[in-house]
Design a protein around this ligand. Structure first.
Ligand code: SD4
Length: 343
C-alpha cells in the first residue's frame, strides 16, 4: 500500500510535472512534451486538420488514416489555398501536389495534378494500388478518375481569380516574400488574404503517432502561386517535403520547395533524429545547411521543418519568424510559434 508521504510526494510530483509540461507547451521554440497519440501540422489551418486526425487517433485508429483524414479538411476548405481554391500557375491552372507515407516505408505521391479535390487520397491509392510511388500530370489524373475520383470544374475561386488578375498586370515571378509574421508578404509563398479577411497558406504538412506508437505523415499543396506550368515543389517528394522512418521519427516541410529538395530536407531531419538530435535541433541543423548554401539569398526565402520523434516530442525550426504549427494530444490543442534562424 502506498504510504501518505509517498502519496503526497507522488501527487506533488505529478501535478508539478503536469504544470511544467503545460507551461512548456506553447512557448516559442521549446519542444512540446507529448504523449501518444499525437498529431502536429503546419500553420494555423493545422488546428482544424488536427481535429479530423484526432477523431481517428483518439479512437485508437491508425496514424496513416489520421494523416489522410486530417489534411483532407484543408484540401476541402473553401477558405484555404491548399486545394482547388488555391492560386493558379502563370497560365491560370491550379495544379496540386501531395504525398503520404506510413510506418513501413510504404509511400505514394501525385504531382502536377489538376481538377481533383483530394490529391492526398489519390496519393494513398498510388501507394496501395499500384507498384509505383509517384504519378504525375495527366497520368495521375487518369489514375484518379479510374479510381472513382470526380473531375471537378476548372474554375478559379473569386480570391484566386483576383490575385491572378492582379499578378497578370505585371506577370513578375518575384522571389518569395518572407514577411510572413506581419502577414504583409507578396510572392509565391506569401500567405494570401482572402475575401473574409483571413490569411491562408498554400501547404499543409502533417505527422502523427498513433496509440500503437506508429508514425505516418502527409503533405499537400497547390505549390507556389503563379509558378511556371509544370513546376513541382518539395511537397510530393518523399524525402523532401515528407519523410517517415518508424524507428527514427517523421518530418514535413513548408516554404520554398526548391531549397528543401536540394538538401533532401525531411530525410535529413529524420536522419539527424536517428543520431540522437532532438526534433528542434535536427530541424535547426538542416535550416542551417540551407542558410549556408543560400548565403545572402537566405534572407529572401522562408523554409520551415516540423518533426516528431519516437518519444512523441515535437519540434520545429524556420529560416524566418512567422512559422507556427498546430499540436493535438490528450492534453493540448494549440498553436506553437517556431524558433527561427533570423529573428
Ligand atoms: C512548394 N513547399 O510547393 C511548397 C510551398 C509551401 O507554404 O510550403 N508553401 O514549394
Amino acid at each position: 500500500m502506498i504510504n501518505r508521504r509517498k502519496f503526497i510526494h507522488a501527487s506533488v510530483f505529478t501535478s508539478f510535472a503536469a504544470l511544467f509540461s503545460k507551461k512548456l507547451i506553447g512557448r516559442p521554440g521549446i519542444e512540446t512534451i507529448a504523449a501518444k497519440p499525437v498529431v502536429i501540422s503546419t500553420w494555423d489551418a493545422g488546428i482544424d486538420a488536427n481535429k479530423a486526425a484526432w477523431e481517428v487517433l483518439s479512437k485508437k485508429g491508425k496514424a496513416i488514416d489520421a494523416v489522410e483524414k486530417g489534411v483532407m479538411v484543408t484540401e476541402a476548405s473553401q477558405n484555404c489555398c491548399v486545394g482547388l481554391r488555391a492560386n493558379p500557375d502563370r497560365d491560370g491552372f491550379v495544379t496540386l501536389d501531395a504525398c503520404i507515407m506510413d510506418d513501413k516505408f510504404n509511400c505514394g505521391s501525385v504531382a502536377f495534378l489538376e481538377r481533383i479535390k483530394h490529391p492526398v487520397s489519390v496519393a494513398r491509392r498510388v501507394m496501395e494500388k499500384t507498384p509505383h510511388v509517384m504519378l504525375v500530370g495527366a497520368g495521375a489524373q487518369q489514375f484518379a478518375v479510374s479510381e472513382g475520383f470526380p473531375l471537378e470544374e476548372q474554375k478559379l475561386s473569386k480570391d484566386a481569380q483576383e490575385a491572378y488578375d492582379k499578378w497578370l498586370k505585371k506577370s513578375e515571378y518575384k522571389p518569395p516574400a518572407i514577411n510572413i509574421e506581419n502577414k504583409q508578404g507578396h510572392g509565391p509563398f506569401a500567405p494570401t488574404k482572402l475575401e473574409n479577411g483571413e490569411w491562408n497558406h498554400d501547404t499543409i504538412g502533417m505527422v502523427a503517432m498513433d496509440s500503437f506508437g506508429n508514425l505516418s505523415g502527409s503533405c499537400t499543396t497547390s505549390g507556389a502561386g503563379f509558378k511556371m506550368r509544370g513546376r513541382v515543389g518539395d511537397s510530393p517528394i518523399i524525402g523532401a517535403g515528407l519523410f517517415v522512418d518508424n524507428e527514427a521519427g517523421a518530418c514535413t516541410a513548408t516554404g520554398q520547395g526548391e531549397d528543401v529538395i536540394r538538401v533532401a530536407g525531411s530525410h535529413a531531419v529524420v536522419e539527424l533524429m536517428r543520431q540522437g538530435f532532438s526534433p528542434e535541433a535536427a530541424c535547426k541543423k538542416v535550416i542551417e545547411r540551407i542558410v549556408k548554401i543560400k548565403k545572402e539569398k537566405a534572407k529572401e526565402i522562408q523554409v520551415a521543418f516540423l518533426a516528431l520523434n519516437k518519444k512523441g516530442h515535437a519540434g520545429s525550426f524556420a529560416i524566418h519568424p512567422g512559422f507556427e504549427y498546430a499540436i493535438r494530444t490528450n492534453e493540448v490543442e494549440k498553436l506553437v510559434k517556431s524558433k527561427s534562424w533570423f529573428t
